[in-house]
Write a protein that binds this ligand. Structure first.
Ligand code: MTE
Ligand code: MO
Length: 205
């Protein structure tokens, strides 16, 4: 499926409050870029699965899942935005259908290498993509090769690079940056940047 960027609304109207378009295309993450070892790489689906079991997909199995293309902007909470990225990969909805969560699951923890994590509500997860390509090429190592999550409608710290799996959760729990003072939901259009802005019910108690 090809995406025509000229059909998207203009950049100015796509910029959430407080964000700017930087020169260049910043790369940022906490810690080091992990190596990719296809023989040992797997994608785990665990926690409250419908069948009560943990599932693991080896690299060839994950890479064979159906892919889609998504044109999405990318908003870092430090206020830069990367506009008009064409991501291609496995929709999270494909993972949800292949390995359904148990009834009662309302949250998903997306796990990356080295224990990086981000929590999202299942409704937000359903709109995410496990991207393997950016603008027609495999994602570069520093942007998350071989697989990164893209949660296009939430701040970019939720878009976990070097993804290794998802955990279905009945109770909400904070991920890496959410534990360190960032908003549990992180909607850039509502400027949900910090945990002190959370309304009752928006975060785990
Ligand atoms: N595994 C992992 N993923 C991560 C991060 C990280 O530190 N580790 N940083 C997040 C943050 S804060 C941002 S803004 C984006 C940056 O993505 P980019 O380097 O492709 O611009 O990655 C997100 N994904
Ligand atoms: Mo960020």
């Amino acid at each position: 499926m090809a995406v025509d960027p000229s059909e998207a609304p203009r950049e100015e109207t796509r910029l959430p409050p407080g964000q700017y378009v930087p020169r260049g295309r910043p790369v940022i993450h906490y810690g080091r870029v992990p190596p990719f070892r296809p023989e040992t790489w797997d994608f785990r689906v665990f926690g409250a699965t419908a069948d009560g079991r943990e599932h693991a997909l080896a690299w060839p199995e994950f890479a064979a899942l159906p892919r889609e293309t998504v044109l999405a902007d990318f908003h870092c909470v430090t206020k830069f935005s990367l506009m008009g990225n064409e991501w291609r990969g496995v929709p999270a909805s494909v993972v949800l259908r292949a390995f359904p969560p148990a009834p009662g699951v309302r949250h998903v923890m997306i796990w990356g290498e080295y224990g990086y994590s981000a929590n999202v509500r299942t409704g937000d997860f359903d709109r995410a993509l496990f991207a393997m390509e950016l603008d027609g090429k495999p994602i570069s190592a520093d942007r998350g090769f071989p697989v990164r999550a893209i949660v296009p409608h939430l701040y970019a710290w939720k878009s976990v690079k070097w993804v290794r799996g998802v955990e279905y959760m009945i109770e909400d729990r904070r991920g890496f940056w959410e534990e360190r003072g960032y908003h549990n939901i992180g909607d850039p259009w509502l400027e949900q940047r910090y945990s002190y802005q959370e309304e009752p019910g928006e975060g785990p108690s």
